[in-house]
Ligand binder design. Structure first.
Ligand code: PHE
Length: 445
């Protein structure tokens, strides 16, 4: 049997895990979700969730992975068995669903890179850009081509292995992403009128807060931190016993959150500087921003950099989603990594086609009032991820607690001072808060 891999270094692991977390969720979703939910007030609730529930669930996932050295399903089977592997199975199902629509949006970013080089985005009015975006995503061929291209790239990284594929790609792509982000933020915050956008993101207006805001913040936290489906279990399973995982979990959470805030600082000031609406929704990135770029000197160049940034962020996240499924087939079904990556990649590509078509010719088809794309998004981020996170917390807090506690103490056995606080969160706070918000969302009370 082939030896199971380890990460080459602690930095390699942090960059790979941060690569998973930092994605379309931070740059595409966060600014418009914050924009639609009251800006600064949303940001405060989001931060509170991320640094209590989010950080604790992330550490819980990494501990489950490292203790078992197994994939999301195998980990529960090895540590406890019974019905627990179902939690991993839900995670693997979530991975299929999330990657199918995620890759469609990622494909749009690649297409927009091409469009910016071709100078097609240099249209100054957002009406024309809106029309162009609408026509592009409704087209039954071209977005599917870019979705295929993006899936092929993702498969290529995953089939190259944990060290030579995922870790190496993250070590090149993540520094590139930070560099691009800094260049773009400097450009955005030096635009005249940008201060209003900064104020919008940073000044809380609590009159906008409802239960819906809280539930949006929770879904956004899980999605953005890659929690609830076993991505961090899988990445944690390639960790050595000596690594300080609590520190790594802290870094990943901090990096993910900073990139979300930075993306807000990049997009919202630009939106205000040119007098657009911050609650413009998913089109904010593909319609409003190109309009902003078109009004700047060297706009096509900055547009290209921005869509490159998005594509990179999406790739390192997509890789982690595919790895959740591939690790299961490699560990537990003894399927060769190459075969598993390609086969799973093809299935996910096919599953993505209806999501792409639901933007156009299949737009009429709805279930529970949602189109296919929105349905996939809702099932995964509103349901599967929070439920996954709920059971992951309960598992660490109640089923393997003594061993989990030992695991974070590390080689020297000294208990960190925060261990009991973490215990209270995974035992009580996280499960209760998630359950409450889920039930509230379902209209139970
Ligand atoms: N965290 C990624 C993002 O923000 C998406 C993701 C979700 C990745 C779940 C892995 C697991 O874009």
């Amino acid at each position: 049997m082939i030896q199971r891999e380890y990460w080459g270094s602690r930095l390699g692991f942090i960059l790979a895990a941060a690569g998973s977390a930092v994605g379309l969720g931070n740059i595409w979703k966060f600014p418009y979700v914050a924009g639609a939910n009251g800006g600064g007030a949303f940001l405060l609730i989001y931060l509170a969730m991320v640094f209590t529930i989010g950080l604790s669930v992330m550490l819980a996932e990494m501990v489950i992975g490292r203790m078992s050295r197994k994939n999301a399903i195998g980990a529960f089977a090895k540590l406890k068995g019974g019905a627990w592997p179902l939690v991993g199975l839900c995670g693997v199902a979530a991975a299929f669903i999330i990657l199918s629509f995620y890759s469609v949006v990622a494909g749009w970013t690649v297409a927009y890179m091409v469009k910016s080089v071709a100078g097609e985005l240099a249209l100054a009015d957002s009406g024309a850009l809106g029309g162009m975006f609408g026509d592009f995503i409704a087209n039954p061929v071209s977005p599917i081509f870019y979705h295929a291209l993006f899936m092929a790239l993702t498969v290529f990284v995953v089939l190259s292995g944990v060290g030579a594929g995922i870790e190496r790609a993250s070590k090149i792509l993540m520094p590139a992403l930070f560099g691009l982000l800094v260049i773009l933020i400097i450009r955005a915050v030096t635009l005249p009128g940008a201060a209003e956008g900064v104020a919008f993101l940073l000044q809380p207006d609590f009159s906008k807060v409802t239960w819906n805001t809280v539930s949006e913040a929770l879904s956004q936290a899980f999605f953005s931190l890659s929690l609830g489906m076993g991505a961090m279990i899988t990445y944690g399973s390639y960790l050595g016993k000596k690594d300080n995982i609590a520190g790594s979990a802290g870094w990943v959470t901090l990096l993910d959150t900073s990139v979300a805030v930075m993306a807000g600082l990049l997009i919202l000031p630009a939106v205000f500087a040119f007098g657009f609406d911050p609650a413009a929704g998913p089109g904010l990135t593909f319609i409003t921003l190109p309009a902003v770029f078109a009004q700047m000197p060297f706009g096509s160049f900055f547009a290209f950099l921005f869509f490159l940034l998005l594509a990179i962020a999406a790739l390192t996240s997509a890789v982690s989603i595919l790895e959740v499924v591939v690790a299961y087939f490699v560990d537990d079904r003894r399927i060769h990594r190459k075969t598993a990556s390609i086969a799973v990649g093809v299935i996910i590509f096919l599953l993505g086609i209806p999501s792409s078509l639901s933007m156009g010719i299949w737009g009429e088809f709805t279930l529970f009032g949602l189109g296919f794309f929105d349905l996939m998004d809702a099932i995964s981020s509103k349901l599967l991820l929070p439920v996954g996170g709920l059971f992951i917390s309960l598992f660490v807090g109640w089923v393997i607690w003594p061993a989990a506690k030992q695991d974070v103490a590390g080689a020297n056995g000294v208990m960190p001072f925060w261990v009991d606080g973490w215990g209270v969160i995974v035992k009580f706070v996280a499960p209760a808060a998630i359950a409450f918000i889920l039930l509230k969302g379902l209209g139970v009370f």
